[in-house]
Ligand binder design. Sequence first.
Ligand code: ATP
Ligand code: MG
Length: 417
Amino acid sequence: MAKQFQSVQGFNDILYPEVGKFQHIESVSRQYFGLFNFKEVKTPVLEQAGLFVRSIGNGTDIVEKEMYIFEDKGGEILSLRPEGTAPAVRAYLEHNIDRQDAIQKWFYIGPMFRHERPQKGRFRQFHQAGVEVFGIDDPFADIEVILLADKIVSSLAVKGVTVRLNSIGCPACRPVYLRELKSYLNGITDRLCEDCKRRIDTNPMRVLDCKKEGCMAATAGAPKTTDYLCSVCSAHFSTLRSGLDALRQGYTIDTRLVRGLDYYSRTVFEFTAEDAGAQNAVLAGGRYDYLVELLGGAHTPAIGFAMGIERIAALIDMPAVHGPDIFFIPITEEARVRAIGLADRLRRADKTCEIGYGEKTIKSMMRRADRLNAAMVIIIGKDELRDGSITLKRLSDGLQEKVDDATLLEAVRRMSQ
Ligand code: ATP
Ligand code: MG
């Protein structure tokens, strides 16, 4: 029969053993999220499209080109979530969490969707693990969030990672900066790409983030956000830097670092990996002190990050894969009943078991046990059924032992050593 269906472009299946990397990244992330006392939030993958348009902003790549947006049968305009922060803020407000305890530390892990051109490190469905801290404006919250990100990325042994840091000011000082930037950009329009020409009016800071060489060269002398910070932003940034220095957290100041989303203020940071080619950002975050307000809540400072799981997965080694501890080879129906009972006992003792049903002969089942890289096999053949015994065989050296039900677990443990 002809193959009829394929996965949608940019949407990937993640199969074993590659899925082991994802599980590893997720479990290391969960471990540190837990140690830093963050609590998990699971929000839906579908939201009202307006949530993202309002929060991420009209002049951003995500809203302009990348959103999966559609009208459902009830006529509602919905979007697959392109990121996790706006939904977290929506949930924070919808459940009145701010009125119970404004300070919240949340994490999420899940798929995000952006209609981008699929290429290395860039997919249409990808996964992020991220955190959000609500209700703290102290720069030490920024420090802890950056340390947490660094803990995860270092524990995953991602090599050659640089932490880039910048401050993009607040509604008090940014307008002055934007005016200066716009007038600078208006003087160099002939050297900018078409996208950037448009961005001068819609989202001028994004011009600094353009990856095209021409634009990068043209904006080399552009005004820097850090030269325009108000005293409050400036104090925040300097406490942040001295705290990171005191804690020996490495970072480099990158005054061109801006974020592709409108809602950031003050602190922005990105973790980039040397060897990752063009898609080298593995984690990005920053402060968003005005987003909760923008979505209808009380003024609530906040900071967070999102880590790209696929991009990390591309940079780490495959974790060791283990075969089952025991592969059962039962040759008759009666033997299978016994195998299932014994497997249940062994599983309760934390031993991974698989029972052979698909193959007909002992020989073919032995081959399958080998393929699965099982540590041991248990053969329940005619002899074993007759005298109620079990033959246990270690595959690494062929060591074999005949035991009974009562001594099986002990023998398995002995042979595991
Ligand atoms: P980029 O500049 O690479 O487009 P971004 O600024 O759009 O990244 P964010 O919105 O900050 O990315 O998302 C945080 C992280 O999620 C990124 O640093 C990256 O690791 C990952 N990420 C973003 N978009 C994709 C994608 N399309 N495919 C895979 N990972 C992605
Ligand atoms: Mg992007």
